[in-house]
Design a binder for this molecule. Sequence first.
Ligand code: AMP
Length: 280
Amino acid sequence: MEVVKSVKDMAELSKKLKKEGKTVGFVPTMGYLHQGHLSLVECSKKDNDITVLSIFVNPIQFGKNEDLDRYPRDIERDIQICQSHGVDYLFVPSVEDMYPEGYSTYVVVEGITDVLCGAYREGHFKGVATVVNKLFNIVKPDRAYFGKKDYQQYLVIKKMVEDLNMDIQVVGCPIVREKDGLAMSSRNKYLSPEERQSAVSISQALFKAKELFEKGETNPQTLTEVIKETIQSQPYVKEIQYIQIVDPKTLKTKEKAEKGDIIAVAVFVGNTRLIDNIEL
Ligand code: AMP
């Protein structure tokens, strides 16, 4: 495996791979890798000749009071993990290289970014779309892999690729969970053992709601109330930001839950903001 640190080197490398006729799969991440990230690597390895994984904690997608400075990082460990899981190139650009002085171009996907996380994290998806667009231009992948754990992000990238006629296939991969159901996330590291226990209620609540739906309950209010009660009963839950049942394509809220809809939640456990979702 080769670690590529500069934008110029990565761009040259991807040009060379294209010339050689190699197909490139790309997995963009913010590092502190876990099984969720590795599931994307597995998918990419199956579909492509070459797999590129990037690690870049993108400053422009964090709000002023968010966790940019304390976001978990361990590059040495990540290099080992990538090496032992068959990543071909690990791209780790610096902030200065990605956003040199005078940087002034941004990508805005309208509509679907107004709801769910977009309503609470101003500018977040503008930062995400911008960095992913830049990474796509540098890595020039044939396919790019995104986890449905960040369902809204996956849709935003799909929309950007479609609207801007980018010749890239965006592949959405299933949520990887811990044994007890908690969705894997680099941010789980922030949780104390007690908070970790409270956090399990998020996935348990989603499973419960899905079970009720499968038994015939289609009223979004009833379903979200069950989720709210389950999560709120936990001592370390500080705030539920949203619980919404939405259309899987438009993210519009539903008057009646249907198969294929997404129940999405964002919850603060202690000071840690966790998101999760389930497909009905
Ligand atoms: P992050 O490093 O958190 O920005 O995530 C990088 C990519 O990994 C994104 O496409 C995420 O959706 C995906 N990802 C993160 N956690 C999981 C998970 N538990 N299951 C599946 N994909 C995930």
